[in-house]
Design a protein around this ligand. Structure first.
Ligand code: B12
Length: 214
C-alpha cells in the first residue's frame, strides 16, 4: 500500500477509504506496525495543519474518528504476532490531568493486555492523587503516562513528585509516551523511560517485572 494514499485519506477526512486501504494492506501482507506508524504520521500532519490554521477543531475531531475506525481493524494483527512469554505484570496507565488525548494510550493498552499484562486504565485527565491511590491499591510496579499536550508535562512532574512523597518512587518504573514526549521531557519530569513505540514499552515492562518479583 502506498504510504501517501493512506495519508491522503486521513488528510482528506475520508474514513471509509482509510478503512478500505488498511483492510487491503493487511490482506496483502503489509506489516500492521508499519501501517500504525503511517497512521500516526498522518495524524501528526493533521496536527500541523491545525497549528497553521489550515484545519479546524472539527478536522482534529474527525481525524480521531478515522483513527479509531482504523485502529480497531489493526488491533487483532497488532496483538497476535508476539512470541509467548511467561512474565505477567501490573501496570497503572492514564493520561495525566489537563490532557484528554487517548488514542495512542488505548492502542498501547490493548497491546499490553494482549501480552498478559494487567492494565488498570484510569482514562484521561487523571489527577496525580488518583494515580497514587491506584498504585497503592494494586501494588502495581509500573506507572505508564501518556501525554499529547505540553501542559500535561506539569501534571506528569506533579504525579512523580507525589510518588516520591508517598515513598513509592523507588519501587515504581515510570514510563512515559505520547506524541509530544522526548528524552528531554523524560529527564525534566523525572520518569525512567520514554518511548513512542508500544513494542518497546512492552519489552521495558517485561524486563522490569521479573526483577521486582524476586
Ligand atoms: C486527534 C487529536 C485530538 C483529538 C483527540 C481525540 C482522542 N480521543 O484522543 C481532540 C480533538 C479531542 C484533540 C483536542 C485537543 N488538541 Co489535539 N491532537 C490530535 C492529533 C491530531 C492526533 C493525536 C493522536 O491521537 N495521534 C495518534 C496516536 C496513535 O499517536 P500517539 O498518541 O502519539 O500514540 C503513539 C505513541 O506516542 C505511543 N504512546 C502514546 N501514549 C503512550 C504512553 C506510553 C507510556 C507509551 C510507552 C507509549 C505511548 O503509542 C502510540 C503508538 O503509535 C494531535 C497531532 C499530533 N502531532 O499528535 C493533536 C495535538 C496533540 N492536539 C493539540 C491541541 C493544541 C489540542 C487542543 C488544545 C485543541 C483545542 N484548541 O481545543 C485540544 C486539547 C484538549 C485537551 N485538554 O487535551 C496539539 C498539542 C500541542 C502541544 N504541544 O501542546 C497537537 C500536537 C496538534 C498541534 N500540532 O497543534 N486533539
Amino acid at each position: 500500500m502506498s504510504k501517501s494514499i493512506l495519508k491522503d485519506a486521513f488528510l482528506g477526512m475520508r474514513r471509509q477509504e482509510a478503512i478500505d486501504l488498511v483492510e487491503k494492506g493487511l490482506r496483502s501482507g503489509a506489516d500492521p506496525f508499519t501501517i500504525l506508524k503511517e497512521c500516526r504520521q498522518a495524524m501528526e500532519e493533521v496536527g500541523k495543519r491545525f497549528e497553521t490554521g489550515e484545519f479546524f477543531l472539527s478536522e482534529l475531531i474527525y481525524s480521531a474518528e478515522v483513527f479509531k475506525a482504523v485502529s480497531s481493524i489493526l488491533e487483532p494483527d497488532l496483538t497476535s504476532n508476539w512470541p509467548g512469554d511467561e512474565s505477567k505484570g501490573v501496570v497503572v496507565f492514564g493520561t495525566p490531568r489537563g490532557d484528554v488525548h487517548d488514542l495512542g494510550k488505548n492502542i498501547v493498552i490493548t497491546m499490553m493486555r494482549a501480552q498478559g499484562l494487567t492494565v488498570h486504565d484510569l482514562g484521561v485527565d487523571v489527577p496525580p492523587e488518583r494515580f497514587i491511590e491506584r498504585l497503592q491499591e494494586t501494588e502495581a510496579p509500573i506507572l505508564a503516562l501518556s501525554a499529547l499536550i505540553t501542559p500535561a508535562f506539569i501534571s506528569m512532574r506533579e504525579t512523580i513528585s507525589l510518588l516520591v512523597e508517598e515513598g513509592l518512587r523507588k519501587n515504581t518504573l515510570v514510563i512515559i509516551g505520547g506524541g509530544v514526549t522526548t528524552e528531554l521531557v523524560r529527564k525534566e519530569v523525572g520518569a525512567d523511560a520514554q518511548t513512542l513505540d508500544p513494542t518497546e514499552a512492552i519489552k521495558l515492562c517485561r524486563r522490569y517485572i521479573p526483577d521486582r518479583s524476586v
